[in-house]
Write a protein that binds this ligand. Sequence first.
Ligand code: SF4
Length: 266
Amino acid sequence: MSIKGWIHSIESFGTVDGPGIRYVLFVQGCPLRCLYCHNPDTWSVYEDKNNNKDSTCAMRSGKVTDSETVINDILSYKRYIKTGGVTISGGEPLMQIEFVLDIVKRCKENGIHTAIDTSGCIPVSRSKAVIDEADLILLDIKSLDNKQSIKLTGSSNVNTLATLDYCEKTGKKVWIRHVLLPGWTMDIDRLKSLAEYLKPYKCIEMVELLPFHKMGEYKWKELGIAYTLSETAEPGRNDVDMAKQIFINEGIAVNLPSSYDLNSDI
Ligand code: SF4
């Protein structure tokens, strides 16, 4: 049986969302409202006449498809993604558990590696079905400080940290993702706390530090949503390298976008 789902877009040769060359499926819908989001066009949730938001029943925009159509498209790229696999990103993939689970299972049947790029905001009781099946979880920890997490994303970090604990318990491989936002998370003490917090987790293979950028600002304007970070500077190379060193000092492997990585040839 094919499962209906809402998607935003597809990238058939992605190189930044997991290992190797990947087919990246961006699904529609996200319950968070990160101030720095560069994909606010994936947020859309259904609002009924009484203005009750229900992010699980319908999506106002995005494209409706089904898991069979998606897997057939993935299989048409199979030889190009054999060194990588499939990443399901968003939006928030774990909002559409049945749809995503069916795609992940079908990838597995076809020997294709799968990664889920998630904020971990969905309770583990619901998300674990997908986590159990996927090969890799790209877990975006927005802030270790719950008060800051709520201000930054509109959501608590409790489910995110519980997701990490579940991955540790089940031995699921995790790459942590963390956005370096000046004035918020680009802060030595906060980064040291995060590195110390992550150090004991054996499931974590690496931390990917993502320097804040404003490439999605135009989308906020197009959608008529106030963007509050126009005056926030992107972090400098020295700040990013300092952040990297904090994690390395705790024995944690770090990945950076190639343009920031001082050890990169690019
Ligand atoms: S979790 Fe991702 S898609 Fe959702 S608001 Fe935050 S940055 Fe945007």
